[in-house]
Write a protein of this length. Sequence first.
Lengths: 217, 426
Amino acid sequence: MRVVIAEDNVLLREGLVLLLTSAGHEVVAVAGTGPETLPALLEHRPDAAVLDVRMPPNFRDEGLRAALEARKEIPGLPVLVLSQYVEESYATELLGGGSSGVGYLLKDRVGRVDEFLDALERVASGGTALDPEVVTELLTRRKDSPLDSLTPREREVLELMAEGHDNATIAKTLVVTERSVHKHIGNVFLKLGLPPTDSGHRRVLAVLAHLTHAPRA
Amino acid sequence: MRSTAAHMRLGFNDVYVHHGGVRHISEGTGSTPTRSGTAGGTGLWTSVRRAASATAHLAVSAAMAFGMWIFVTVLEITAIGVVTVVGIWLLPETVLIIRRIAGAKRSLTTRWTGVRIPEAYRPITGTMRQRITTAVRDPGTLMDLRWMVAYWFYGALLALALPLWPVGLVVDGVWGGLLRRTPVVLPLIVKIADLEADWSTALLKPSPKAQLAARVEELAATRADAISAHGAELRRIERDLHDGAQANLVALSMRIGLAKRAYDRDPETARKLLDEAQAQAETALTELRQVVRGIHPPILSDRGLVGAVRALAASSGLRVSVEDDGLEEGVRAPAAVETAAYFVVAEALTNVAKYSGVSRAEVRLVRFRRGLRIRVRDEGRGGADEKGGSGLLGMRRRVAALDGFMEVSSPVGGPTVIEAELPCVW
């Protein structure tokens, strides 16, 4: 697929280009600063964009803003945002700016090449990829919520679901059958009071919407 | 007003505490007494009540003056003792007692007027010789003595007020009670108490020079604190990096070395070592991230103080309303001030979540001409104790290091209000 990369650190940028091309993707443009990013995205309309949050000139949240801007212009443009640290509010902003094709990962995750490529593909195909750290933050900050009634296993399933994984991957990660994953998901939805939805990213979004907007205890 | 009390108490002893001494917080810090003589309302009953509290004030003042008359006798004995050299050892102690009395009078006057009278003494410490020198040379000593002499006379103003009562009750009873006119005699008692308080304020206020000297002393102390805090912080960072990231990187390099050796003869082991190496690299990164967060929260750079505090509020697990005044986009306080403000809010919200028993809090950030004011308030169970290890002490240090000051009001039963002011130039 065609990818646009925005990353100011040369080493990381070259690393990403190498990684993506060796995986058979085509890097159509690279941007090194905030102002370059948005035009590159709008011009190339890539299948996916990999964006660093903090870039010149101000080293603030240029990448994130570019991602949000671009998705306003091209709804559903798949963006995978990379950051040196995770910030829950950034995830909320990204998810709030449109429904599908959003990823938010720690830069560290690039090291796990297969998982990173998998996340990118998931985002490109309209799914979600959230960093486990973000999910942990989303899940741990609430008191007295229905989350407390989940069993540890159900919680694990919910975490993996929120990260954006499908049933097969969840089953593989937890070393259980897909059938039991299905059953756990049913329980989670029941306990959280969410309407049952079919598989795919719609249910991920339902879960995330619940986590980011649910009233806090 | 608990912290005020603590301040006063410290002020009596030799520890020099000046925070909040000169500056006055008027909002939300509890019961600031209003000057009775200037409050509205003209009914007879009000007049009687006010006159009564004025009399009470004067009575306490008179009692104090009486105590002082006795004390001054002791003082004279000391003075004579000093002349005969024997009593010179008593001098610093005597000055300390005088300070204590003046301090008591200051808080008594403050209770009547609601206006704090700053205190500026040089600490009496060191060898006996130094203590004696300070006790004699401190301009505060002379001032206190001046006040004592004056108080010798005006301390008995109660004598003026008491005879006014029978007259007042009769005159104002007819005038105010029956004819519904404004009482005239009873308010005079209030006037006398006001006069007494005004004189005390004027006499007990340190000279500008003494205040300046105290300010220099305070700045020197906070500066030394700031430097040592800075040093401790650097050591902590060094240790964190050394024990954490650096150790992990060494182990990582070692594993890669071992993997290289095993690469040809035992690919399976090599793969396992590389897996471990990667996990190690990730641990190192996580630790680095934590160190960075501790030095300067990254979101402050990205979003500024208000944005960072909003993010903090969103992730606190509480319902937090964040208000800001004058901190619009583009206006930034110095980084050190923003960082301190951020940590104060973070710590305060952590306390709300841990101890208050409620899930709501209010955060207010106000920019004013000479600094930034932070206020965190909750309607929880209150009773926050600085000795309880609730992080209040750390907050106070952070704020003091920037020459700011902090006040905590947390009566049992709530609400808890933490207010900090950080001076800065905008």
